[in-house]
Write a protein that binds this ligand. Structure first.
Ligand code: HEM
Length: 103
């Protein structure tokens, strides 16, 4: 997943089709990763101070929302593989949302 993220952020070094496949694979791996770790998604060590638990959960929730926005906006923008999606939308604002969330 780390390697894929580097490939994704190197958008301008590869073709768009490579980027789109990498983005789809990355999305599927995130889902698999969350599924495999489902038993400890919200279970933090009770030894962790309660303030740190709140900080930890806030960061995790924010990361999840940003990744979700990045992948959905990428699929909306798709110019090659996912053109037939009912929510396909290559509008400027979607591009801005994709750029902001991925960075
Ligand atoms: C979380 C995963 C993803 C990351 C980190 C990522 C990252 C990026 C980056 C860095 C750019 C280049 C922006 C620029 O400087 O011009 C970009 C553009 C783009 N991405 Fe992604 N992307 C992701 C997922 C996806 C997915 C799943 C798709 C589609 C299936 C997608 C489709 C596109 C398209 C079409 C562009 C070109 C937008 C334009 O220039 O109008 N991305 N992405």
């Amino acid at each position: 997943m780390t390697l894929l993220l580097l490939v994704l952020m190197g958008f301008h070094l590869q073709g768009e089709i490579v980027h789109e496949w990498a983005g789809i694979l990355f999305t599927l791996l995130i889902i698999l990763h969350l599924y495999l770790n489902r038993h400890r998604l919200w279970s933090l060590s009770p030894k962790l101070p309660s303030t740190m638990q709140v900080v930890n959960r806030t960061i995790n929730a924010a990361t999840w929302v940003v990744i979700l926005i990045a992948t959905i906006s990428g699929m909306m923008l798709s110019r090659h593989i996912l053109l037939d999606l009912p929510f396909h939308n290559p509008a400027g604002w979607v591009r801005k949302v994709h750029m902001t969330s991925v960075h």
